[in-house]
Design a binder for this molecule. Structure first.
Ligand SMILES: Cc1cc2nc3c(=O)[nH]c(=O)nc-3n(C[C@H](O)[C@H](O)[C@H](O)COP(=O)(O)OP(=O)(O)OC[C@H]3O[C@@H](n4cnc5c(N)ncnc54)[C@H](O)[C@@H]3O)c2cc1C
Length: 348
């Protein structure tokens, strides 16, 4: 996968300007490729031990061969993009310091917090956040220290959710020791963000049992470890804010499913650097970063792109968002004009 459109920067005159990019996922990498080819110095910060974001540490190898991503990253390094990995902005270095040290900053930190179900028993041993279970599995596989423990699974595993994280969690669950996997989803596969095909593949390729229109009510534990889930059957009602039929519980349809481990994948939340609001960067009610149509935030010189700007999406939109932001950063660096207008904010 190529992130830069130039193969050599030797002939490109230097602008004398520098840009810090926070986040080395597709949005950050796409922006880095565009900015270096426009003559700017580019430094990319990432909290993970190597660049790539979810391309390397989230999406499984069978979907996206890592070698191709690594070739694209190496090309960026060869043409002068500098990577500072293992650095969490907002913890190891302040966002304010970066804003002071560079001519422009791009925030491309993605959606690294999982929604909670907020039901009893969610913190029982054996109930894992699927996103971090997947990331930790990849960190361990590549010889790095995981963020937290991700022990092997066993017996019957339930995966909860209907997005790509839930689908990939089913594959990972088998890799990590599950004997049987059941996917619980509160709507039907026709309304699932992952799409019907992914659900069908789980059934036909992996033998995953799929229980649609099923909502967990509480996790049950015996001696501490999760042993079961109380669920309720749902029916589809009138459309909700998302335009999809709203799932409604059917009273009296509660039952207990016996389970040994659970992976929860109930949606992802945008994660700007922790000190973003202290730096005058306004957030939307979904925790995404407010921007105008040119990716400008409410703080002069700071731009945002990718999933942290528009919410959890896909590789293509994130990459395009990073490249678009780079064009506006270039425009700002060359003109010195900052015309952010609160009334022009596009993602509130
Ligand atoms: C399990 C899973 C499977 C998926 N499968 C697919 C798929 O098959 N096809 C598809 O198109 N999309 C898929 N997606 C979605 C896709 O991966 C994302 O939409 C895309 O990666 C978003 O790109 P991004 O650059 O905005 O963010 P990310 O790829 O999340 O990159 C953000 C980067 O910022 C870094 N970061 C975060 N906070 C900080 C901080 N404070 N300081 C320093 N660094 C920080 C992170 O370490 C990360 O490297 C999947 C997502 C998941 C979770």
């Amino acid at each position: 996968m190529r992130f830069a459109r130039c193969r050599d920067t030797a002939q490109i005159p230097s602008s004398g300007k520098s840009v810090a990019i926070i986040g080395a996922g597709p949005a950050g990498l796409g922006a880095a490729g565009e900015l270096i080819c426009r003559g700017h110095k580019v430094v990319v910060y990432d909290m993970l031990p190597e660049p790539g974001g979810l391309l390397i540490f989230g999406i499984p190898e069978f979907r996206i061969p890592k070698d191709r991503i690594k070739v694209g990253i190496k090309e960026l390094m060869d043409i002068g993009v500098e990577f500072k990995c293992g650095v969490k902005v907002g913890k190891d270095i302040s966002l304010d310091k970066l804003i002071e040290s560079y001519d422009a900053v791009l925030i491309a930190t993605g959606t690294w917090r999982a929604n909670r179900l907020n039901i009893p028993g969610e913190d029982l041993p054996g109930v894992y956040d699927a996103l971090y279970y997947i990331i930790n599995t990849h960190l361990i596989q590549y010889g790095y220290k995981p963020f937290n423990e991700a022990p092997d699974l066993y017996g019957k595993v339930a995966v909860i959710g209907g997005g790509l994280t839930a689908i990939d969690a089913c594959y990972i669950a088998f890799d990590r020791g599950a004997e049987e996997v059941t996917l619980l989803y509160r709507r039907t596969r026709e309304q699932a963000p992952a799409g019907v095909k992914e659900f069908n593949n789980l059934e036909s390729e992996l033998g995953v049992k799929i229980r649609e229109l099923t909502q967990p009510l509480r996790f049950l534990g015996n001696g501490g470890h999760v042993t079961g889930i109380e669920v309720i059957k749902m029916k589809l009602g009138k459309p909700d804010a998302s335009g999809r039929p709203r799932p409604e519980p059917i009273p009296g349809s509660e039952e207990v499913i016996k389970i040994d481990n659970v992976l929860v994948a109930a949606g992802l939340v945008a994660t700007p650097p922790l000190d973003a609001d202290k730096c005058g960067i306004e957030l939307t009610r979904w925790n995404t970063i407010k921007t105008d149509e040119k990716h400008r935030t409410s703080r002069e010189g700071v731009f945002a792109a990718g999933d942290v700007k528009h919410g959890a999406s896909l590789i293509g939109p994130a990459l395009k968002s990073g490249k678009d932001a780079a064009i506006y950063i270039d425009e700002y660096l060359k003109s010195g004009k900052w015309l952010y207008d609160e009334k022009e904010v596009v993602n509130v």
